[in-house]
Unconditional design. Structure first.
Length: 107
């Protein structure tokens, strides 16, 4: 399944979040991402601050285009941690894995 070709769909409260088994199954389509609680995350290291921020800006463009936004942490001048979860349902949805797959294309 090529999740990077899919589009995120609005997820309203009242929708059930993905269970752990479903999340683990979908992780195979989001290489380099790990499951933690009700979210998935990845950490990346860049050559310098400029490259880290360039990457963050590309992530922002993808997220805005799909209407699904990760939590982004830039730390130690060249590291970025991205965390995906669907806040409206307080857990994971397929949107989180779609966004992860799209982000993986620009790493």
């Amino acid at each position: 399944m090529d999740l990077a070709r899919k589009r995120c769909k609005p997820c309203e409260g009242g929708t059930k979040p993905m269970n752990k088994a479903e999340a683990r199954k979908n992780l195979k389509f989001a290489e380099g991402w790990r499951l933690k609680g009700n979210s998935i995350y990845t950490e990346l290291r860049f050559k310098d601050f400029r490259n880290a921020m360039g990457f963050v800006n590309r992530v922002a463009d993808i997220a805005e285009s799909d209407g699904h936004h990760p939590d982004i942490l830039v730390y130690s001048w060249n590291r970025v941690r991205l965390t995906n979860s669907t806040h409206a349902i307080k857990g994971l949805s397929i949107n989180d894995f779609i966004l992860a797959a799209k982000i993986n294309q620009i790493k």
